[in-house]
Design a protein around this ligand. Sequence first.
Ligand SMILES: [Cu+2]
Length: 274
Amino acid sequence: MVNNQILLILPIVLALTIPISTMEIFAQIGSTYGYGLDADYGVSIVPGASQQNNTYHFYPPRIAVPTDTTVAWLNQDVGQPHTVTSGQPGAADSGSVFNSGIMPAFPVRSFEYTFSQSGDYLYYCIIHPWRVASVSVNDAQFTGESFDIGLGSGATWDISTNPRVLLDITPKLAVLDGVTPISYKVTINNGETNKTIFSNIFTTGGKSLPLELVSGEGNETRSYGPDFTTTGAYHVQSDFKKGTYSISVAVVAYNDRPIERPVVATFNLPTTTS
Ligand SMILES: [Cu+2]
């Protein structure tokens, strides 16, 4: 009885969510489904993906992540089976890197893959092969005394090629046990004007902080996430431009106790538009 009600309600929730913006659906993967996944990043197989005229099959269609990122694809297209298959339709090596097989038509089935090798990975759905999506994997890293930061952007962020890039912020001085809450303060300054465009505190459950920079229209910088209720990437959307951004990170609380003198690491991320 309860299950039937959920199945009836889900399409209505999705239908109400779509017009707000695709971004909102993505941000609400967790809150809509209360779905706990142990991945770093969520890609949605969007409602309507089975239809050829749908703008997206996978959203976001192109991401750039550091090596060792685990991506989870969620089938949010209620009632439709899909696949997540590496390569291009018809290519001989199609499916040789990863292949989910048929993801059943029930709401929210997921497939995960960890990208341990740098490179550009195309993928598609065998059932609906008209939208090829991609994951760019980069092994560039900022290495400091207190933090290692994986740069999905590479050393320079080309905003035109990759409008969204994932950073993975790993503290060296805190124990990552997968449980104990760690709060990170992230501040982004525009290197040209020296103005702070963003400052916020993000908390993970004993994990590094996957934080995606999203180049978007509009003057207001905003953040959203995480992708899976309590785990997964957070996102910062801003009108990022060609120049340099200075990014400062610090662990400001551990196990919900504030750290008195947090160690701050700062690095520059140059940006370009091709
Ligand atoms: Cu499909």
